[in-house]
Write a protein that binds this ligand. Structure first.
Ligand code: PLP
Length: 289
């Protein structure tokens, strides 16, 4: 896939990325005023498509963008992007901004058309439940300094970008975040799970975290399987530091094991058995969503 020759979707047309142009007066550019999604697909099979589109629609509703598109319109765009960009391991990026106005003014304008953009990019091969082969993550942690509407998958990602960069600057791959009460929220681009005494734990859904589709599917799969106990509850920093296992989840990573937090080993510092069980159940069931 050569990025500039990629065929992308913009406002009803499929065209090479280099020819896709939007106005600098687009509110996505000026204000980060928009909603986005990333849907993974492996060999042309989409994971959690309906759930992703539902979440995008609730984001659009939350910020008052009226978009006249159905789930099958989105599915057609996804199918065409997979056909034209090869059917390997792709992330399908969907982006809706409020649209282009004639002036820069904060209030929502009444009569503009949303800008709709979609493209496909390569993601890592699907994770397999292989303790030796899986990518092991090291993370740092910091106070969550983002806004109070993190449940909205907004294109205004500067807070997330700055937290992600803190991890890069510390030489690790992610940054996990704690609120002002030292409770775990999420990571800059992932949800977070921990394991203690064979119980799988993750913070509950509220305005502090994105309702991750991977998180939702994993909780559902684990509960249906019933072998592991699962709890959604507030998790203190000291509980996280004493975890047996720590995982970060996202559409492109699936369930990624974290072996080091702030320079200290997580549990015994190795990829855990519960991760293996969870990833193996996830791999077996992910296309059912
Ligand atoms: N939390 C944040 C802040 C994210 O940006 C993401 C994904 O991009 C996630 C969680 C995981 O969400 P999902 O599993 O839907 O990819």
């Amino acid at each position: 896939m050569h990025d500039t020759n990629n065929i992308v979707f913009l406002n009803g047309q499929f065209l090479p990325a280099s020819e896709a142009k939007i106005s600098p007066m687009d509110r996505g550019f000026l204000f980060g005023d928009g909603i986005y999604e990333v849907v993974p697909s492996y060999n042309g099979k989409l994971v959690g498509f309906g759930l992703h589109i539902e979440r995008m629609q609730s984001g659009l509703n939350a910020i008052g963008i009226n978009l006249d598109m159905t789930i099958s319109d989105w599915r057609n765009i996804a199918t065409k992007l997979m056909e034209t960009n090869g059917k390997g391991n792709l992330g399908l990026y969907f982006h809706v901004s409020r649209g282009t106005d004639v002036k820069r003014f904060h209030a929502y304008p009444e009569h503009i058309q949303p800008t709709v953009f979609a493209y496909a990019f390569e993601i890592p091969a699907a994770t397999t439940a292989d303790k030796q082969g899986v990518k092991q993550y090291k993370v740092t942690s910091t106070e969550d300094l983002r806004w109070k509407r993190c449940q909205i998958k907004s294109t205004s990602l500067l807070g997330n970008v700055m937290h992600f960069q803190q991890g890069q600057d510390a030489g690790v791959q992610e940054t996990i975040l704690f609120n002002q009460h030292n409770e775990l929220t999420e990571a800059s681009a992932c949800n977070v799970f921990m394991v203690k005494n064979n119980v799988v734990l993750t913070p509950p859904l509220d305005n502090q975290i994105l309702p991750g589709i991977t998180r939702h599917m994993l909780l559902n799969i684990l509960r249906k399987d019933g072998t592991l106990q699962v709890q959604e509850r507030a998790l203190s920093m000291s509980e996280v530091r004493a975890a047996d296992e720590l995982w970060i989840t996202s559409s492109s990573k699936e369930i990624a094991p974290v072996v080091e937090l702030d320079g200290q080993p997580v549990g015994n510092g190795k990829v855990g058995d519960i991760w293996q069980k969870a990833q193996s159940l996830y791999s077996a069931n992910k296309y059912l969503y």
